[in-house]
Design a protein around this ligand. Structure first.
Ligand code: DLZ
Length: 157
């Protein structure tokens, strides 16, 4: 059985995008910053990281799709924060963004990392966007890199 080889990805040649939702920007700004930092630490040059914004998490799948269509990139990290706050909108927005991003992965064959918080309270969201307790924006950026690496390693088999 063939092994999946260490791809030795050259991160200096990779291009990625981050799309962050403006809704709950006090949370998504922190996540965006952590995602960008993580990608730079990995070795992706700043000029190869395209950052853009969309209105809310509902718009993330389409905004990510446009990035994949119009930029020559290896993948995208989608950043959003959906907070229940007693509105029935919560379930609709969560459902739409989750399905939309999952579909986009399969339709395009390029990784779209799911960095979208879905929490009951602002406190829970703040905790998941903190540096001390683990920032989900950074986790999404790492997942994106892992998927790019996996794709590279499969090409070399
Ligand atoms: C409408 C709405 C609501 C109630 N809550 C959130 C939220 O917690 N997080 C978020 O990212 N977006 C929210 N939105 C906005 C929708 O995502 C979308 O931008 C609007 O419905 C316009 O299409």
């Amino acid at each position: 059985m063939a092994d999946i080889k260490d791809s030795m990805t050259d991160w200096s040649t990779k291009k990625v995008a981050i799309v962050a939702a403006n809704w709950n920007s006090f949370i998504t700004d922190e996540m965006l910053e952590a995602a960008e930092y993580t990608l730079k630490r990995k070795g992706i040059p700043e000029e190869n990281i395209y950052v853009s914004r969309c209105p809310g998490s509902f718009e993330l799948p389409l905004a990510c799709k446009w990035c994949l269509e119009h930029l020559e990139i290896d993948g995208v990290a989608a950043i959003g924060a959906v907070i229940r706050g007693g509105t029935p909108h919560f379930d609709y927005v969560c459902e739409a963004v989750t399905r939309g991003i999952a579909d986009l992965n399969l339709q395009t064959g390029k990784p779209v990392a799911f960095g979208v918080l879905t929490t009951d309270t602002v406190e829970q969201a703040t905790e998941r966007a903190s540096v001390e307790k683990g920032n989900k924006g950074a986790e999404a950026a790492l997942a994106l890199c892992e998927m790019i690496e996996l794709k590279n390693s499969l090409k070399s088999i």
